[in-house]
Design a protein around this ligand. Structure first.
Ligand SMILES: *[C@@H]1O[C@H](CO)[C@@H](O)[C@H](O)[C@H]1NC(C)=O
Ligand SMILES: *[C@@H]1O[C@H](CO)[C@@H](O)[C@H](O)[C@H]1NC(C)=O
Ligand SMILES: *[C@@H]1O[C@H](CO)[C@@H](O)[C@H](O)[C@H]1NC(C)=O
Ligand SMILES: *[C@@H]1O[C@H](CO)[C@@H](O)[C@H](O)[C@H]1NC(C)=O
Ligand SMILES: *[C@@H]1O[C@H](CO)[C@@H](O)[C@H](O)[C@H]1NC(C)=O
Ligand SMILES: *[C@@H]1O[C@H](CO)[C@@H](O)[C@H](O)[C@H]1NC(C)=O
Ligand SMILES: *[C@@H]1O[C@H](CO)[C@@H](O)[C@H](O)[C@H]1NC(C)=O
Length: 481
């Protein structure tokens, strides 16, 4: 009897202790801190760590897909009609982008490397071969005509050369030529005047098997939030750049006691060499990718907004004061003067006039926005799709009869979708981390639960112990009588 009640009281004491420990653990946040410091320790570029291996050789396949706009009515367009285009694609390339010439510096706080990108055509994931023909704007001709439009002597010479060789505002070229380059007759002829001119034109000319110079990255050794952040690029300081996918960066300022590596309030910065600038993305939604929770970040419409709405875009008004409206960026200064205008595919989030100017534009959020899905605990990219459209500024140039009476417009040529989705091996690793995190973070709550159950058991046993005593007392007289 004594042993039994001793046992019962121990349960009571143990229940109270468990409750106290559980509650104080919840209040002190020890376990979330612990999980976080484990994650932080892993997030550093150091020879031998998994993070370093994934950074040096991204394990998930990256695909670059191109969708061209085939022009169906060139003669009518020269007469001032709206162009009608048919989207043709995808033409898919597997993109390899290992870090090369990797050198650690400054006691392992920085690392230098070049990022060499190679594109291999994937016929099975493409609509047709690279020899498919596309009719679109003759970009070298448009560039040359824009360059010499106010030089009547040169304009005359070039215009009659173009008549002789039957070059027009529109041209038909293969997918391979348009992307990776072809020798252009007009550019070749112009070399007689400008020997340093390159006579090959291609939207991705010289981009294959090449790198864009030396990067210096922070390794994250001093601060995990600096992991893989770009310090300098080709010697230039680059505040706010980060590269682990297309150079994306997290601007972290967090004071809360427990926060994941990524919070919903953070702004992701991405450097895009196509746009010669860095972009930013904001939290949009919670997503699940292959069973792993993530935050979706997407480009706010403000990124491409006109200068009234976003004065920071004034730099894209070239020549200065020449602003194009929302949803399009004039990047000609960083494309050797070619009249190239970037936008989202199908002019998604752009002024309605760009969509209306071309038959065949169907902007759609799901298909045409740029998104990055990130696991908040680890900062690992689960899925990303960078979607951009290359357009050409087309206008009637009186000194060149080749332009006919064409409307002034932004003519869509091609859009690209550079995408990546986390590979299965990384999914398994991440699932383990997420599961471990869930268990560890919930330990204090489990303790509280256990305390409550034990308390219940304790009270139950106490009551039961009392009941037989009283019944025995009642029975006694019965027995003696
Ligand atoms: C990493 O370590 C391996 C093996 O010790 C070595 O071969 C390699 O050169 C190192 N890499 C760097 C970037 O230091
Ligand atoms: C590297 O560490 C050593 C020893 O801790 C220190 O003397 C040296 O100044 C450090 N070098 C740099 C570049 O930080
Ligand atoms: C890119 O370069 C690699 C290696 O030099 C080559 O195998 C591949 O075919 C090239 N891709 C294109 C699209 O030219
Ligand atoms: C694009 O249009 C041109 C001209 O009509 C045509 O010859 C070509 O086959 C079209 N391209 C594709 C891939 O359908
Ligand atoms: C990002 O960080 C930089 C430098 O730390 C700071 O100047 C800038 O204001 C931050 N931007 C945002 C949006 O937090
Ligand atoms: C920018 O867009 C807004 C809203 O569409 C419009 O009211 C404003 O006039 C535009 N500003 C310029 C400079 O085009
Ligand atoms: C890329 O985007 C295009 C159009 O937005 C879509 O059709 C395609 O499926 C996407 N590719 C991948 C691999 O997600």
């Amino acid at each position: 009897m004594l042993l039994k009640s001793c046992c019962i009281y121990s349960i009571g004491v143990f229940s109270i202790l468990t409750l106290i420990v559980g509650i104080s653990l919840v209040l002190s946040n020890v376990f979330p801190h612990f999980v976080q410091s484990m994650v932080k320790k892993e997030v550093v570029l150091k020879n031998g760590t998994e993070a370093f291996e994934a950074w040096e050789n991204p394990p998930a396949p990256i695909y670059m897909q191109f969708y061209f706009f085939n022009l169906t009515n060139p003669l009518e367009v020269l007469d001032g009609e709206r162009p009608a285009v048919v989207e043709i694609g995808p033409y898919t390339y597997r993109e390899y982008r290992p870090m090369e010439h990797v050198n650690f510096q400054d006691n392992g706080t920085k690392v230098t490397a070049v990022n060499t990108k190679t594109y291999i055509f994937e016929r099975n994931m493409s609509r047709g071969p690279e020899s498919d023909l596309i009719r679109t704007v003759n970009i070298p001709a448009m560039t040359v005509m824009e360059r010499f439009k106010n030089d009547s002597f040169m304009a005359n010479v070039i215009s009659s050369y173009m008549r002789g060789t039957n070059e027009n505002l529109f041209t038909t070229r293969t997918v391979g030529e348009l992307l990776w380059g072809y020798e252009d007759g007009l550019l070749k002829a112009l070399r007689n005047f400008q020997p340093d001119l390159d006579d090959v034109f291609g939207l991705f000319y010289k981009n294959n098997a090449s790198n864009d110079g030396e990067y210096v990255f922070f390794t994250g050794q001093q601060n995990y939030k600096d992991f893989a952040k770009v310090d300098t690029w080709n010697g230039e300081s680059s505040l706010n750049w980060w590269t682990s996918d297309e150079c994306n960066m997290i601007n972290g300022t967090n004071g809360a006691s427990f926060h994941p590596v990524i919070t919903k309030n953070e702004t992701l910065y991405m450097f895009s060499s196509d746009l010669c600038r860095s972009l930013y993305a904001m939290y949009e939604d919670d997503v699940t990718v292959k069973g792993i929770p993530g935050y979706r970040f997407s480009l706010p419409s403000n990124v491409f907004a006109n200068i009234t709405l976003n004065p920071a875009n004034a730099g894209f008004c070239v020549p200065s004061g020449n602003c194009m409206g929302s949803g399009v960026l004039n990047v000609s200064p960083c494309k050797q003067g070619a009249p190239i205008i970037m936008s989202s595919p199908h002019f998604y989030q752009a002024d309605e006039k760009f969509v209306q100017d071309v038959f065949g534009m169907r902007p759609n959020k799901e298909q045409h926005q740029t998104t990055i899905d990130i696991n908040p605990l680890t900062g690992i990219i689960l899925q990303a799709a960078k979607r951009l459209q290359v357009n050409v500024y087309v206008e009637k140039i009186p000194t060149f009869s080749q332009t006919g009476t064409v409307r002034t417009m932004v003519f869509p040529v091609v859009y690209l979708n550079e995408s990546v989705i986390i590979d299965e091996t990384s999914v398994l690793k991440l699932q383990m981390i997420v599961a471990k995190q869930n268990v560890v973070v919930n330990i204090p709550f489990m303790l509280i639960g256990l305390g409550i159950i034990l308390g219940g058991v304790f009270m139950f046993l106490m009551c039961r112990q009392k009941v037989p005593e009283s019944t025995a007392a009642e029975r006694q007289p019965l027995l003696s009588s």
